[in-house]
Design a protein. Structure first.
Length: 105
């Protein structure tokens, strides 16, 4: 699964070209005061996390939905089988953290 951040595109489609314009819209329409650095980071980088209140403010300011801000690829990711899962225990006796066999109970 891959999630893309499309804030710059969504803003451009609505005539918002700079961080300063977005910052002004956020304050006027949504009542959210963000620093220039925070707006710039949202505008230029994909955030690793975003507060719901910030997401709502962005949608309010740009008159859009979260679907306009995210590009979500739901294609399942195939992961190779690791060699650890392929190991077959010769002796089913439990082992300690050091790899030594535990005494029978």
């Amino acid at each position: 699964m891959h999630i893309g951040w499309k804030l710059r595109m969504a803003a451009a489609q609505r005539g918002v070209w700079t961080g300063a314009q977005l910052q002004r819209l956020l304050a006027e329409k949504a009542g959210l005061e963000l620093s220039s650095a925070s707006v710039s980071a949202l505008f230029t980088k994909q955030p690793s996390q975003i507060k719901l209140s910030t997401l709502i403010a962005l949608c309010t300011a740009l008159d859009c939905t979260p679907d306009d801000l995210f590009d979500i690829d739901t294609t399942p990711v195939t992961q190779p089988i690791s060699s650890k899962s392929m190991k077959v225990a010769v002796n089913d006796a439990p082992t300690s953290r050091r790899g030594r066999p535990m005494p029978p109970i």
